[in-house]
Design a binder for this molecule. Structure first.
Ligand code: AMP
Length: 204
């Protein structure tokens, strides 16, 4: 993360609404799977929510890594941990939180195809319009000129720590970091949260 990115904090209510929208669309299109493949780590919570809503009891995990710390892509996407269970002959739904470059999902489809799935459907909560890979289903699209780093509730502390360290630089003043996060990232966070992630640093 060279610059502090524009951010949007997603709430649990957003997640619930997006999961509901996705489930409705998947059901309406008659694409309810036998198995959900949840990409780690962003796809795990959405996978579990879809499993509940679609009545799909089997979730298999796949780890595709692409982005390093918050908003910093680390180069080519790679499958770093294969499928945690077999998918041969299964109708599979691959789930992630967001498609940005689309590389993780593209790679996951390749991997699940190699695993012998009978049918593959893809779904994400959010889709950024510039992504090279367009999921079959997504709940909301982010226009290509409105790119943001989405701070999902399951990634809040990890994202906040990375952003806060960047915003704080060498300054001991958490208020200055807080202001920077608000102005540059559009993130309004409680001072106590900043103190927690900046931890042992000397605070003003
Ligand atoms: P990608 O392969 O670029 O489509 O994205 C891979 C993963 O990185 C996603 O599943 C997210 O967990 C994370 N990610 C990428 N872009 C964003 C973003 N703009 N906001 C939040 N998380 C992101």
């Amino acid at each position: 993360m060279d610059e502090l990115p524009r951010c949007r904090r997603a709430t649990w209510d957003d997640i619930d609404r997006w999961a509901e929208t996705l489930a409705e669309r998947i059901r309406a299109a008659d694409r309810v799977p036998d198995t959900i493949v949840g990409l780690t780590r962003g796809g795990w919570v959405p996978s579990r929510l879809l499993s509940d809503r679609l009545g799909v009891r089997r979730i298999v995990s796949l780890r595709a890594q692409h982005w390093g710390v918050t908003a910093t892509p680390t180069g080519a996407a790679q499958v770093t941990e294969g499928l945690s269970g077999p998918v041969a002959g299964q109708r599979v739904l691959i789930v992630d939180d967001i498609t940005d470059t689309g590389e993780s999902l593209r790679l996951a489809v390749e991997h699940v195809t190699d695993g012998g799935a009978a049918r593959i459907t893809t779904a994400t909560l959010l889709h950024i319009a510039h992504s090279k890979f367009v999921p079959d289903f997504f709940a909301e699209e982010i226009p290509r000129d409105a790119w943001v780093w989405v701070v999902f509730p399951w990634n809040y502390w990890e994202d906040l720590r990375a952003l806060a360290e960047k915003a704080a630089g060498d300054s001991p003043d958490p208020e200055a970091a807080r202001r920077k996060l608000r102005e540059r990232c559009g993130l309004d966070v409680p001072r106590a949260d900043l103190e927690r992630v900046l931890g042992s640093r000397p605070l003003g």
